[in-house]
Design a protein around this ligand. Structure first.
Ligand code: GLV
Length: 311
């Protein structure tokens, strides 16, 4: 490793990240964003939602590492230093966490867990009968590492799983659809729709009224990708109109979701605070340290992002 590493991450976890990276990269100074003695010495930036333009102060920056599988929060910076490669984090840990989250939410929707909770709260012994998994169509939008793993896990539980991606994929046990041409058939089969797409100009706002209208009436959606995928103003009207019956949101356009946001007051919307696949420094830092070592040794980089595709 040549030079210092600067880290930008939420204050609550910043010191944890610094200590964990320091332990894994002995001899490399790990600096927190607001405590960089010599900006010219910084060669790598490890960031989650850094302030736009903020990377410009590191004149010798060689690589940017996203603390996340998604890199939209990096590319949203209009002042990103040109030509500096961007790496993301992938790995079994992230994939496993996302798989758990998607299976949890899909099962809860499939077995109508909210109705059981309501009955319990009213001291009612109310049996809720649901179809077998094989008669429930679940659609996964985005068949990258996370989407493919979630689709396979759901297929393993017996769900009728459909997947949709930009270019065609083959996944055992999953009916795969591709591109604009395949979207209608995919949506028509998705009683529970899970979004795991990368956020790009093409997927921004994709979860909108026009899309909800193509789902089976009363479908449920799970957004575990990015807040930007959802046309937020379309959600409550779609629930009111019966196009959708429920929504589970792990992400929002503004995070934390503002206190006065109408989603909080709507019992048909479950909200989790961007925890579907939260990277913890213990495993994330291991991946980052290994990637930085590979980068500076000029080795192959499986986590290198294609800036043209945006993921
Ligand atoms: C989290 O949202 C990630 O991109 O890994």
């Amino acid at each position: 490793m040549q030079g210092d590493v600067v880290v930008h991450v939420g204050a609550a976890r910043a010191e944890w990240w610094r200590e964990t990276l320091s332990a894994l990269m002995p001899g490399t100074p790990i600096r927190l964003w607001d405590d960089v003695p010599d900006p010219d010495a910084v060669s790598a930036a490890v960031v989650w939602k850094h302030p736009p333009g903020g990377l410009r102060r590191f004149a010798n920056l060689k690589v940017i590492v996203s603390i996340g599988a998604g890199v939209d929060h990096v590319f949203v910076d209009p002042d990103l230093p040109a030509g500096v490669p961007v790496l993301r984090i992938t790995g079994d840990d992230l994939t496993q966490r996302m798989k758990e989250y998607v299976v949890w939410q899909v099962l809860a929707l499939h077995r109508r867990g909210w109705e059981l909770a309501e009955a319990r709260a009213a001291h009612q012994w109310r049996q809720v009968v649901t179809p077998l998994a094989g008669r429930r169509g679940v659609g996964i939008m985005g068949l990258g590492r996370l989407g493919a793993a979630a689709a396979q896990a759901l297929a393993g539980l017996g769900f009728a799983v459909h997947g949709w991606s930009r270019s065609r994929r083959e996944i055992a046990g999953v009916t795969c659809h591709a591109g604009e041409a395949g979207l209608g058939a995919f949506l028509a089969a998705s009683e529970i729709l899970v979004c795991l797409l990368p956020l790009t100009p093409q997927t921004e706002g994709i979860l909108d009224r026009a899309l909800f209208e193509k789902l089976p009436k009363g479908a449920a959606i799970v957004n575990a990708a990015r807040g930007g995928h959802l046309a937020e103003a379309d959600l409550i009207p779609a629930l009111d109109a019966g196009l959708l019956s429920r929504a589970v949101l792990d992400v929002a356009r503004v995070e934390p979701l503002p206190q006065n946001h109408p989603f909080w007051a709507d019992a048909r919307i479950d909200i989790t605070p961007h925890i579907a696949s939260l990277i913890d420094p213990e495993t994330g830092a291991g991946r980052i340290a290994a990637n930085l070592r590979r980068f500076f040794a000029g080795e192959d980089l499986p986590d290198l992002v294609d800036p043209a595709r945006g993921y």
